[in-house]
Design a protein around this ligand. Sequence first.
Ligand SMILES: [Zn+2]
Length: 296
Amino acid sequence: MSTSDQLQRFIFERSDIRGEILTLEKSYQDVLANGSYPEAIQQLIGQFLAAAGLLSATLKFEGVITLQARGTGPLSLIMSDCTRHHNLRAIAKFDPKLSYENNTPLTELIGKGTLTLTIDPSQGERYQGVVPLESASLAECLEDYFARSEQLMTRIWLSAEIQSDSPKAAGLLLQALPHQLESTPEENLRLWEHTTQLADTITAEEQLSLNHEEQLFRLFHQDELRLFEPSPVQFFCSCSEERFSKTLVSMGQKEVLDILKENGLILIKCEFCHQQYRFDQKKISKLFGENPPTLH
Ligand SMILES: [Zn+2]
């Protein structure tokens, strides 16, 4: 049974460890269809989508989790975000004049830069954590982030492939929960090490070709595992006229009116989904609280 475009939680019955497993197919392809990216960057986008999808499972409230890497290299920006309901999207900005070799490490593409993780609840305060990009892969950079921010011990395995007819991305996450079972901290640590060593044996090919149950059986068949019902994951862009209105207001009336004067109209295209938004003079006046101009 295919588990494409699904996110599934699992727990180990005999240790304080939980996991998330996900496979992206149509959702990933829908994102790729919105940009013309070199293959090496398409692969990275797959990993960024898979990571945002896995991390969205940790959101306990309505909101969005965003992963963003920025740097001085040929790939100046790559970002993905995912809502609590697993609506995914991503974009990348790169120098189109250069050629990109497949499987180039993230750090080489981004150059000197940082990885930012933002949690934006629909209500309440935004949380942001930043780490320098020092490890070669996104999974390792995220693990650095979790280690530095003294959060729960977390390991992540990400894969993406774009060569086949149907590009796919996949991810696996393991997280040590706060102590719940009646075992000693030493015993918990031993179980964590044992479990992550088993997970380290997963190959990209297995992540991309086996369904979730098969992958988990392959890794943990000696452990008692409970796999929860899958949640669907899809490409969906949350852009709206209201959101872009706020962006215009934040730019300030003078700058917006200058652009309007020059072009007669403000057209904004969403970078994630290419939807176009039109702001004419009437709409702009309304944004800044003026009465629409009357024609004499
Ligand atoms: Zn959009």
